[in-house]
Write a protein that binds this ligand. Sequence first.
Ligand SMILES: [Zn+2]
Length: 136
Amino acid sequence: MREGMTYGRALRLLLAGFFLGRCPACGRASMFRSAFELHDRCPECGARHSMEEGAWLGAVAIGYGIAALFAFVLTLIELNAHPIARAGLDPTWTIAAVSVPVTILGYRPAKGLWFTLLYLYGLGGDQDEPRQPTEA
Ligand SMILES: [Zn+2]
């Protein structure tokens, strides 16, 4: 992990990255410039978010993991209480259908989490320290 990083601080950064998409370097700005696209550099501190080709792959893997966990939990609920079958729907197709939007909705938090992890382990972009915000 980065020098001077405590586990408590790392956990806070990961949660902020996952739920809020916050820049892991300063925590003041969003990493995202649109729903799913990252800023090349943080508008507040200048930390680099854009990575070499393929860095997004980990985010996709985490996103699928979130969707798979959701489908698994939904399947367990259906097997025990049958709420989908009772509603007159086909459980298999219903679980598959609702897992698609979960995959899409989970992509942004997954990306926030993944790029925070890359930052924490010093694997993202260039390794320059974030510059201090300049007075306007
Ligand atoms: Zn920043």
